[in-house]
Design a protein around this ligand. Structure first.
Ligand SMILES: [Zn+2]
Ligand SMILES: [Zn+2]
Length: 428
């Protein structure tokens, strides 16, 4: 067919012109040629990873080691050459990075040969015990950051510790030392310490986790804005019943992006927690000592943080996503799920009914659970009684259509209390 041929001919001509335009860039001169990429043999792209993961890499001809691999960043693992081949291998602990989509990144001695492969990390959540609020002599507490971190790790045997001296007291040298002490004490897999500060104003006190600066606006609205822009995680401290602090906890959309936690350790603070939730805040309860004495992490309140493993990245990610609960018992674990979403989650898709799972486990046989109360929109809707140190409770019901949030409160027989973070759902 004549016309078809002509069209084909034109198409070919266009292709050749296009190729001619591209080719000089790609093939003239050896330097301009794209460097051959390293090839990730293991794991495969889009693979789901759990636990320890084998990594195997093929380096292009002419490129020698070393080569490093990491899941979206640190911890980096140095790969080792397999015999005398161009293959390099090693193992990555996927529990050290947050669950979800990650890139397996490979760094080689030639940046242009570096590669990244998309994978999914799916590890079960474990529970780590934390104190996210304490002081030293750099503000109105005692002694030094280095002493506090050592005590928190070796005496209190915490998993996670954050020193939060009042930012109004400290100077640049002290702030440098606070950050150094935190990073020096921190060791992924064993103990996580993150630098922190307490913003201390008449309107209320707020903890800031991993701030890049100690300069923050003096007014609350300015603080909310700056904290949201900085992407830090923050906590409302010692709120009383919530009526006299933070403009009676008036809801702020931008503040809601910056604040993820609230100290909830007593029935009084439970009122502030419920008040904040009713006003629309998305926050989790946190237990912390706020100690000003040399007894870091051993007084009366802790946070349980749910994370796949003990690393700085995981802990920062977990508190940002409100995966935590407040506990007056040092070692009692609490898991709370609604329709398979873990505490702190906001379920995006509407649900038809609500399926609740609560698992409380106190390693001390004599520490009896007592009572589990399920709260819907701030009021108790169901109660479970237990006379054991372990209790798993499931319940299911169909709430009224609309938006709801659920959390549980545990009352142990010795009157120790625990509060979970909420799960937010929309019922259709
Ligand atoms: Zn304070
Ligand atoms: Zn304080």
């Amino acid at each position: 067919m004549k016309t078809g041929r002509i069209e084909h001919g034109w198409g070919l001509a266009v292709s050749l012109i296009a190729l001619a335009l591209v080719m000089p860039l790609e093939t003239t001169g050896a330097q301009r040629k794209p460097a051959p990429k390293a090839e990730v043999v293991k794991p495969k792209a889009d693979q789901s990873l759990r636990g320890i993961v084998d990594v195997r890499l093929k380096l292009p001809a002419g490129l020698s080691g070393p080569a490093y691999a990491g899941l979206g960043g640190p911890p980096w693992v140095e790969l080792e050459q397999v015999d005398d081949s161009n293959e390099w291998a090693g193992q990555i602990n996927s529990r050290m990075v947050p669950n979800g989509g990650q890139k397996l990144i490979v760094k080689t001695t030639n940046k242009r040969s570096d590669v990244a492969v998309g994978v999914t990390v799916e590890n079960p959540l474990r529970i780590y015990f934390a104190d996210l609020h304490s002081h030293t002599g750099y503000s109105d507490g005692t002694l030094l950051p280095v002493v506090a971190h050592d005590y928190a790790r070796k005496v209190a045997k915490l998993d996670v510790f954050v020193l939060t001296d009042h930012l109004e007291y400290i100077d640049d040298t002290e702030w440098l030392d606070m950050r150094e002490a935190a990073w020096d004490a921190s060791e992924d897999g064993r103990f996580v310490s993150i630098p922190g500060l307490e913003w201390t104003k008449r309107i209320g006190h707020i903890n800031i986790f991993d701030p890049k600066t100690r300069s923050w606006p003096l007014d609350l609205a300015g603080f909310y804005k700056a904290a949201a822009a900085a992407g830090v995680t923050c906590k409302f401290n010692h709120p009383g019943n919530g009526e006299k602090v933070f403009n009676a906890l008036a809801y702020s959309e931008i503040g809601d992006k910056a604040l993820q936690l609230m100290e909830v350790r007593r029935p009084q603070e439970e009122k502030a927690y419920i008040r904040a939730l009713k006003l629309g805040w998305h926050i989790a309860p946190d237990g912390a000592d706020d100690t000003h004495s040399p007894n870091w992490g051993i007084r009366f309140a802790w946070s349980g943080i749910l994370a796949p493993g003990l690393s700085k990245r995981n802990i920062l990610d977990a508190v940002k996503n409100r995966h935590c609960y407040s506990t007056l018992d040092r070692n009692c674990t609490l898991r709370f799920k609604v329709n398979d979403a873990t505490m702190g989650d906001i379920i995006a898709d509407p649900v038809g009914s609500v399926k609740v799972m609560v698992a409380v486990n106190d390693p001390d046989a004599g520490d009896l659970i007592g009572k589990i109360e399920l709260f819907e929109d701030g009021a108790v809707v169901q109660t479970d009684e237990s006379n054991s140190n372990r209790r798993r409770w499931r319940t299911m019901f169909k709430p009224k259509p609309g938006e709801h949030y659920y959390f549980v409160k545990i009352t142990q027989k010795d009157e120790n209390l625990m509060w979970s973070a909420p799960v937010w759902v929309t019922v259709d």
